[in-house]
Design a binder for this molecule. Structure first.
Ligand code: ADP
Ligand code: ASP
Ligand code: MG
Length: 440
């Protein structure tokens, strides 16, 4: 069985939902994971913030406006009167629930409850649409099987067992539709896999059912060799290894949630990236095969904080780095990049939730300097560190201040830390040199 995930744009209009129906309706059994309609999750996040910050009236206005939009989509999508009425009743239930959310709840509960509604509505609406079109589909409620543990990792055993139960209880169908993104946490409360998490849902399900392939359908023809939001003349990459795709996703290629590849690499389940608006395009195939050497793609991740930790004779004093790392471990904050010298270690984090506490602890053992608004630019490929293009990077980027560089940590990645305001310039210069062969 295959798992096919469709993102926000793919279910964001009636026209695109029709494209999705045509793609999935080929008679073969499959699991279809859907995101919320594009824009909805952002609107729900804003509504949750209004509620938490005691702007109940503003929130109610937004909820009512969104309700009107959803009713319009339902009218366009569902011409069958009974299915139209049933779906409007479901959606009204959701909007009434949103109107009842209150600042008396914790901010986390408000947000988690509210953002989950986008996927619940899109799947219900799309399933109604398939029924109207005579497709044999059934809804699988993600909250009955998708769960994360105390470390926010998928609870693999729980998911496998419960997904089997849900599948067998649903009875046979051609298409099993489920919600991306949403899950339960270890306490059984509603939670999610973080923004963009529907990709991750698809590969978690793919691994749980040992799928033959996972397909991520979106609004672009696969992973491009640079970020198309900031750079012109980017091109799709036809093949990537799991390692290459994992580096690109982790270091900012928005087309994939950072963790997407992890669940499926162990069983070498291929992941295909495809364009809903242009299904004929090859897209990108992510698999265990490695292909040609050299830099294949560039990605950038914003919101990075760099911390320089300085202590005389740092490297000679064995145990020093251990103490440093233990502080980050205590506050469950992972480190992305690291460079050392005899007197200092510089490292980066992307989660600054516990930054103040971390800095207070570090201050006890060393002097520290902090730089915010940094970006990691990551060059990814196979055997990149040995490749002939690599040696000129400093020359190409001579007018960019490189704060840190990580080279040789893996064969797949060279990472540079720069000020975020230099990001677009850096991505463009690297693109011209590496992929457009222009004189620089
Ligand atoms: P979906 O809603 O389908 O999950 P996303 O918006 O999350 O779609 O991801 C697709 C978008 O990712 C593209 O429209 C593109 O703007 C952006 N993107 C960023 N980097 C890349 C890249 N390297 N290759 C392709 N798309 C990228
Ligand atoms: N709807 C969620 C988001 O916008 C999950 C996803 O689209 O993957 O982040
Ligand atoms: Mg996405």
């Amino acid at each position: 069985m295959k798992v096919l995930k469709f993102g926000g744009t793919s279910v964001g209009s009636v026209e695109n939902m029709l494209n999705v129906k045509n793609i999935i309706n080929d008679g073969s059994e499959k699991v279809v994971v859907l995101s919320a309609m594009s824009g909805t999750t952002n609107q729900l996040v804003a509504i949750a913030k209004d509620i938490t910050e005691h702007r109940g009236d503003v929130a109610a206005e937004k909820v009512n406006a969104l309700h009107v939009t959803y009713n319009q989509v339902i009218d366009e999508l569902l011409t069958d009167a009974a299915l139209n009425a049933k779906t409007k009743t479901y959606v009204s239930g959701v909007f009434n629930f949103l109107l009842g959310c209150t600042s008396k709840w914790t901010a986390e509960l408000v947000e988690n409850q509210i953002v989950a509604q986008g996927e619940l509505m899109s799947t219900y609406m799309f399933n109604s649409f398939l029924q109207q079109e005579g497709v044999n589909s059934v809804l699988l409620p993600a909250l009955n099987f998708m769960k994360i543990d105390g470390f926010k990792e998928p609870d693999v055993q729980y998911i496998e067992e419960n997904l089997q139960v849900v599948l067998s209880e649903s009875g046979p169908a051609d298409i099993y539709i489920t919600q991306g993104f949403i899950c339960l946490d270890d306490a059984g409360e509603i939670s999610n896999l973080q923004r963009g998490g529907s990709d991750y849902t698809a590969t978690i399900i793919g691994a749980a059912i040992k799928a033959e392939e996972v397909q991520i359908w979106t609004d672009i023809d696969g992973m491009h060799n640079n970020d198309p939001r900031f750079v012109e003349h980017t091109n799709p990459i036809s093949d990537l290894s799991f390692d290459e795709a994992a580096e690109l996703a982790y270091f900012g290629a928005k087309i994939l949630h950072p963790q997407t590849v992890n669940p499926v690499r162990k069983d070498s389940i291929p992941v295909r990236l495809k364009n809903t608006m242009n299904p004929e395009a090859h897209g990108t195939l992510i698999s265990s095969k490695t292909s040609e050497t050299g830099i294949k793609a560039i990605a950038a991740k914003d919101g990075i904080t760099a911390i320089k930790i300085k202590s005389a004779h740092m490297l000679q004093a064995y145990g020093f780095l251990k103490k440093v790392f233990e502080i980050f471990e205590t506050y469950q904050t992972s480190i992305d990049m690291i460079t050392t010298s005899e007197v200092a270690v510089s490292l980066t984090i992307d989660d600054d939730k516990n930054l103040d506490k971390i800095l207070a602890e570090l201050d006890k053992i060393a002097s520290i300097e902090v730089d915010v608004n940094q970006s990691i630019v990551c060059l990814v490929g196979h055997a990149v560190v040995n490749h002939q293009d690599t040696f000129r990077l400093f020359q190409i980027l001579q007018d960019v201040k490189i704060r840190m560089i990580s080279y040789g940590g893996s064969n797949n990645n060279i990472s540079l830390l720069i000020d975020s305001q230099d990001k677009i310039k850096t991505l463009q210069k690297l693109n011209s040199y590496l992929f457009e062969m222009a004189a620089v």
